[in-house]
Design a protein around this ligand. Structure first.
Ligand code: DGL
Length: 283
């Protein structure tokens, strides 16, 4: 099992932001990444749909790629399906992602914190439990961002360009304005939690809208560290002789447009096009 890959999936390219952190934290491991772009976005679909997709992808990665662990690199899928996945595969190390409210609380001085994510994540029971457990320690301003993950997903399509990046900026401007004031003064939000893995790719646009003093908090690195801990505890860390070249240890699959995944993988992980493949359309 030690030689087997770690499975990672998302509704599309968002999870590549988690894969970036995973490859830095675990340079000896192999990864197989499933971009479910043919079914993106998840955030505005039913829980049942997201759960069924998550189960189908997990089964495929286990049966056909013999993964030794699974990282659900999607907040929406974690909220809708992590319990079902754990029940179905009790022996598989499973790592999910959730909006990083606790790390944001530790960073915030004003104790007023913005949280953006998909409708699915922010209306889930799992998120409500987390929010309720922390509400007496900070003020959280929660904003679902319908359409944002899709715009980020589409920004990788060959035909898109200035138009999608304008759309992303417009959505970010509208949503952050609705949330209230950002800044360092009392009563202002000094920290923003990116509760969707796609949003990490809008980091630059957000920072220039809100100002460089606003802290943006995402989950890639803590998730990568947790993956290392779980593999270590299971005695399944791969102790390769030397770090493998990224292109030799990454296999990326998509049921969307191959050229879009290739463009995203090149841009965000500097991977060659040959690392990306068409996924089995039956899954
Ligand atoms: N990247 C996903 C997340 O973290 C889902 C985005 C979507 O498909 O709506 O929530």
């Amino acid at each position: 099992m030690t030689e087997s890959p770690i499975g990672v999936f998302d509704s599309g390219i968002g999870g590549l932001s988690v894969l970036q952190a995973l490859q830095a934290e675990l340079p000896h491991e192999h990864f197989v990444y499933w971009a479910d772009s043919g079914h993106a976005p998840y955030g505005e679909k039913s829980d049942l749909f997201v759960r069924q997709r998550s189960l189908a992808i997990a089964r495929h990665l286990i049966e056909h790629h013999h993964i030794k662990a699974l990282v659900v690199a999607c907040n929406t899928a974690t909220a809708a399906a992590i319990h079902t996945l754990r029940a179905q595969y009790p022996h598989l190390p499973l790592i999910g992602v959730e909006p990083a409210l606790k790390p944001a609380m530790a960073l915030s001085q004003t104790k007023r914190i913005g949280v953006i994510g998909t409708k699915g994540t922010l209306s889930s029971e799992k998120f409500h439990r987390l929010l309720t457990s922390l509400q007496d320690q900070a003020d959280f301003v929660v904003q679902p961002c319908n359409g944002l993950a899709l715009a980020i997903e589409q920004s990788t399509h060959a035909a898109s360009g200035a138009q999608t990046s304008e759309k992303i900026t417009q959505l970010l401007r509208d949503y952050t304005q609705q949330m209230g004031e950002f800044g360092q003064a009392a009563g202002q939000m000094d920290t923003l939690v990116l509760g969707c893995t796609h949003y990490v790719f809008a980091h630059k646009a957000l920072q220039s809208l809100l100002g460089s003093d606003i802290q943006l908090v995402s989950t890639g690195e803590p998730v990568a560290r947790q993956t290392r801990r779980l593999l270590d505890a299971a005695g399944q860390l791969r102790a390769g002789p030397a770090p493998l070249a990224a292109s030799a240890r990454m296999q990326l699959l998509t049921n969307g447009e191959l050229s879009s995944l290739q463009a995203a993988a090149k841009r965000w992980l500097d991977l060659p096009h040959a690392a990306c493949h068409k996924a089995d359309p039956q899954v």
